[in-house]
Design a protein. Structure first.
Length: 109
């Protein structure tokens, strides 16, 4: 089962994505707090730490504005699963579909 974000985490991830799309760099913690209407930079840091720990974000140590959104869609793996599904037997298909579900791969798109 794929990891799910809380509403606050989703809002923060959406803000980061929008900011990075518009500026080509990640926002400061103060910019995140202002953008999300939060009073505390410490709460932003806590949310960021949680998202890093869950694997949704990466930091580049020693660099300011270094948050990087991790692509969890695994496009290469998804393509490989789809290709393999075309040529396997039904029992193997069930195993492959179950593996895809465990990995959180979206084979529908």
């Amino acid at each position: 089962m794929a990891l799910k974000l809380t509403k606050k985490q989703k809002r923060l991830m959406d803000f980061l994505q929008d900011f990075q799309n518009n500026h080509d760099y990640s926002p400061s913690y103060r910019e995140i707090a202002a953008g999300l209407g939060l009073r505390s930079v410490a709460s932003v840091a806590e949310h960021i730490d949680n998202l890093v720990q869950l694997g949704f974000l990466k930091r580049n140590p020693g660099s300011a504005r270094s948050l990087e959104i991790v692509d969890l869609s695994f496009p290469e793996t998804t393509a490989l699963f789809k290709q393999r599904l075309e040529f396997i037997s039904d029992p193997d298909r069930e195993v492959l579909l179950e593996a895809a579900q465990i990995l959180g791969l979206d084979l529908e798109s």
